[in-house]
Design a protein around this ligand. Sequence first.
Ligand SMILES: Nc1ccn([C@@H]2O[C@H](COP(=O)(O)OP(=O)(O)OP(=O)(O)O)[C@@H](O)[C@H]2O)c(=O)n1
Ligand SMILES: C[C@](O)(CO)[C@H](O)COP(=O)(O)O
Length: 229
Amino acid sequence: MAYQVIIPAAGQGKRMEAGKNKVLLELNDLPILIHTLNVFQMDKACDGILLAINPEEEEEMKMLLEENQITKILAFVPGGKERQYSIHNALKQVKKDGIVLVHDAARPFVDKELFRPLIEAAENKGAAIFAVPVKDTIKKAAGDIVAETVERTSLWAVQTPQAFRISILKEAYQKAEEEDFLGTDDASLVERLGQEVVIVKGNYDNIKLTTPEDLYFAEAIIRKREQRL
Ligand SMILES: Nc1ccn([C@@H]2O[C@H](COP(=O)(O)OP(=O)(O)OP(=O)(O)O)[C@@H](O)[C@H]2O)c(=O)n1
Ligand SMILES: C[C@](O)(CO)[C@H](O)COP(=O)(O)O
């Protein structure tokens, strides 16, 4: 059940329109990055964190981690131009075999109590991802004209963490680099090996903070959690 986790945190947050890396924005007086790192800092099964950062933010990030007693960092690695390249830089530092998770720093509400089935699926089948059933109707378009309504029952909105046997993820990233393939998630690289990827149902709270509206949802999720305490 033990795992290492790669956390990409080197984005620019352009869609958040905050003029800075969105994971440095504060939620409830704590940077989004710290909310996310705390999940893994507190998870006994997490052996270590490999954090991909923008080198220009290294000093600020290291100070935040020290202030918040994040002690499980195995490596700080330089982010790349794309999310995939940031993760690849971190993956190169992952030494031992076993299970690795990849989790967006921009998803602070992930529930570690749901990790067990995800990790067990990766241990048994090699690759597993969190996802939730799509709630909206999805259509393909040609320009602004509907081309097709996609049958919804087989559609999932994919999240992170995504969990992999380290050897499989390394092979997938190697192939993607050799073939100059760029995917929007790690599982898409693994699928290109012909590897089965298991879907494990996540929860709708595990949103990726991407656009300004997501911060409203984030405040509501925090309030809901505070009411439970
Ligand atoms: N070159 C990149 C791009 C993204 N990320 C990280 O990958 C996660 C998911 O990416 P996304 O939500 O797209 O973040 P940004 O790239 O910052 O957002 P935008 O596309 O709006 O700039 C985030 O935690 C982000 O920090 C990264 O480490 N390196
Ligand atoms: C990996 C991911 O979070 C799964 O939904 C998503 O694809 C990341 O997309 P982004 O545009 O890099 O945020």
